[in-house]
Ligand binder design. Structure first.
Ligand code: RIB
Ligand code: CA
Length: 316
């Protein structure tokens, strides 16, 4: 099977951790590098967490590059409210088995893309600050990028009513990425909030008995609290794993090719992904807009959970 070479940019974060583990367990992906971005917690904490998750999976040979401490503009508004003080509250975390590399996140992306023999897929699971910096500093490398699979956005929000957290943290970065000309698969809230794990399914995961399955079930036990108490969902929403599942099991999703733009100035809407599902800009205003984004809207939830459990069972 031909493997898809990926760089995973993340802000672990409970769902980032599960997405990273799913990528490591997937025979169809080759994780070339992991880069971190400030979001769910400070850049230092999410970087430590990324290394601890790799350590948990007993993967010691994937380079981890630390990102910047803040978005392109302004200060970081971290997601500690949901992910806790460590960014991965809940389960006991292993000590780091290795340290981050000297190169920072963007330098590691550049090195990895330059050295690759084939086009790289970027998987973005947090604010898009690193991808934006990469495209600003080295626009020439865009031609060596196959596509971007990202978790972010939606036709509604989850941090402010109009905007999803990853886009809201760094809207200018999102604008650079959505205007980059690179094909995007967007796992926004319309699909991720349908990709939840019930308590019963989480018990099945824990009963698999291997270390990583138990670890992931404990991550879900912590992360589900927010989705029950604040959002009133019937299970724990797995946002970031959708961006991985879209690459390894695309057949379980429904999608529409849309033009997507980012609102930067609205008092109530800054950070909103403006998704033109019908093509109004072209039909009404004769403005030719590229439908650059494959927006995921639906998922076979049972299959999603089945594949998640299968993947976790393949790890230590
Ligand atoms: O809105 C959900 C996104 O914000 C996920 O990536 C989660 O990890 C947080 O970063
Ligand atoms: Ca994330």
């Amino acid at each position: 099977m031909k493997k898809i070479p990926v760089i995973i940019d993340c802000d672990p974060g409970h769902d980032d951790a599960i997405a990273l583990l799913w990528a490591l367990a997937s025979p169809s992906l080759e994780v070339k590098a992991v880069t971190t971005v400030a979001g769910n917690q400070s850049i230092e904490k999410v970087t430590d967490n990324a290394i601890k998750v790799l350590t948990k999976a007993r993967v010691y040979d994937i380079p981890v590059g630390q990102g910047y401490s803040r978005p392109l503009i302004g200060e970081l508004n971290d997601g500690g409210l949901i992910h806790g003080e460590t960014g991965l509250d809940g389960p006991r975390l292993p000590e780091k088995a290795f340290e981050k590399v000297e190169l920072n996140s963007v330098e590691l992306m550049i090195k990895t893309i330059e050295e690759a023999q084939e086009k790289i897929t970027l998987v973005a699971l947090g604010p898009l600050s690193n991808l934006a910096r990469l495209f600003i500093i080295r626009p020439d490398l865009k031609e060596k990028i196959e596509q971007i699979s990202l978790m972010g956005g939606g036709t509604y929000g989850n941090w402010i009513p109009a905007a999803e957290y990853n886009i809201w943290v760094d809207p200018e970065a999102a604008k650079v990425v959505f205007d980059s000309g690179i094909p995007i698969i967007m796992a926004g809230l319309d699909v991720t909030q349908k990709a939840y794990v019930t308590d019963e399914e989480n018990e099945k995961l824990k009963a698999q008995g291997n270390e990583v399955s138990i670890f992931v079930s404990e991550l879900i036990e912590f992360y589900r609290q927010y989705h029950y108490q604040v959002e009133g969902f019937p299970g724990c929403t797995l946002h970031d794993p959708c961006a991985i599942a879209a690459l390894v099991h695309p057949e379980i999703f429904t999608a529409e090719q849309c033009h997507v733009d980012i609102e930067l100035n609205g008092k109530l809407t800054r950070g909103m992904t403006v998704i033109d599902r019908i093509g109004y800009l072209e039909k009404i205003f004769n403005e030719k807009k590229e439908r650059q984004v494959k927006v995921l809207f639906g998922v076979d939830r049972e299959k999603f959970v089945e594949y998640l459990l299968e993947a976790m069972a393949r790890l230590p």
